[in-house]
Design a protein around this ligand. Structure first.
Ligand SMILES: Cc1cc2nc3c(=O)[nH]c(=O)nc-3n(C[C@H](O)[C@H](O)[C@H](O)COP(=O)(O)O)c2cc1C
Length: 367
């Protein structure tokens, strides 16, 4: 009901606000015997961490994670895993102007109307600082997926504002400041100029991220309300600033003919993967493909019209504080985390119900 817990078997409950003392999460029902370390979780957190380039917010959080329970001698014990990150770089005075007013495009208004009270400092619980805990929990899920099921998850930015690429290359993305799938010198130069112009004009822009899961066992997922596409869409839409999700070819499928869109089958394999690795809500064994649209950052220095909580118009509200000009750039590990949490939970649900089905003995299309 509260919206702070994700998953049905492999569950994650997060807590914490942007300028509170700490962020924390509890992971429950994690399989035992999987190797987990703070260093391993930290690697993913460092990819999300602000302050590493001038294309993100200058806020410099260490985001140092501590494992406080559920791991003994480097391995999960099957008991709840507690993770903790202390907040160290709060500048709450930056937010005094929005104490009584609502930033257009942000969650100040809706949180206040829902609860009648709000921690305005840094956006409180609506701030994307909360996603640090998802990344940490996602790193645990990734380790379990790889170790027990051979499943891997990756992602990269494929569009920043109007600059896009058809490429998908997570390795290239790891090695440029935009996490962009095309790392050619010409593209990086265009992106740099574009983002500098956005930043200097005190504006912001959106982005698209694509993520894939490989080697997901055929049969993972459920029918009807538990469709894997539906749970993935829920997971992705739960990320701050995400306003669109596509599975496989997504919206482009609407303009295709059936002859183009269906993925033909033979005993040798599938001819294509327009469906993004899911049919009837159940994994085919092909790569699972998801694309997400992030809206432009709403907190920008360019003045905009808003209201205060007494109903007075504020014609020129300026949002101070340290903000990302393009929130999508830092979001790749968040998307990977939500993908990993969703797929692992779906695999565990499938094994709980259908573990007795001997799929190895059934014909299955090689992928
Ligand atoms: C990695 C990441 C960083 C973000 N940083 C900012 C930011 O610096 N300033 C801001 O106004 N919004 C930022 N956002 C977006 C807000 O968290 C989001 O717009 C807000 O919670 C309202 O939710 P909604 O846009 O989904 O409706 C960020 C989002 C992500 C995923």
């Amino acid at each position: 009901m509260s919206g702070n817990t994700f998953g049905q078997i492999f569950t994650v409950t997060t807590c914490g606000e942007s300028h509170g003392k700490a962020l924390a999460c509890i992971i429950d029902n994690c399989p035992p015997g999987v190797e987990i370390s703070e260093e391993m979780i930290q690697k993913d957190l460092d990819r999300r961490r602000p302050g590493s380039t001038r294309f993100g917010t200058p806020r410099n959080e260490a985001d140092a994670v501590r494992i406080i329970s559920g791991v003994f001698e480097g391995k999960t014990t099957g008991t709840p895993i507690g993770l903790l990150i202390e907040n160290t770089s709060q500048r709450s005075q930056d937010y005094s102007e929005i104490m009584n007013s609502f930033r257009p495009g942000h969650a100040d208004y809706t949180y206040f109307l829902k609860y009648g009270i709000r921690d305005y400092r840094g956006g409180g619980r609506a701030s994307a600082r909360e996603t640090a805990m998802r990344v940490a929990a996602g790193a645990v899920a990734k380790a379990v997926l790889k170790d027990l099921f051979g499943v891997t998850v990756s992602g990269c930015v494929t569009a920043i504002g109007k600059i896009s690429t058809d490429k998908y290359d997570p390795e290239v993305a790891l090695n440029n400041p935009f996490n962009f799938a095309d790392g050619s010198e010409a593209t990086l130069m265009v992106l740099e100029q574009y983002l500098d112009e956005i930043r200097l004009s005190q504006d912001s822009c959106g982005a698209v991220i694509e993520a894939r899961a490989q080697h997901v066992p055929v049969g993972t997922g459920s029918p009807v309300f538990g469709r894997l596409d539906a749970t993935l869409a829920l997971a992705m839409m739960s990320i701050n600033a995400v306003k669109g999700v596509e599975i496989g070819d997504g919206f482009a499928l609407a303009a295709m003919r059936g002859t183009e869109a269906r993925d033909l089958m033979s005993h040798n394999g599938f001819s294509s993967n327009h469906s993004g690795g899911i049919l009837g809500g159940i994994a085919t064994g092909q790569d699972i493909k998801v694309r997400l649209a992030f809206k432009p950052t709403s907190s920008i220095m360019t003045p905009g019209a808003s209201v205060d909580k007494n109903g007075n118009d504020i014609p020129n509200l300026v949002t101070k504080g340290r903000h990302d000009p393009c929130v999508g750039i830092r979001a790749v590990p968040i998307v990977e985390a939500m993908m990993a949490l969703t797929i692992l939970d779906a695999i565990m649900l499938d094994r709980a119900q259908c573990g007795s089905v001997d799929r190895e003995s059934l014909f299955h299309i090689p992928v």
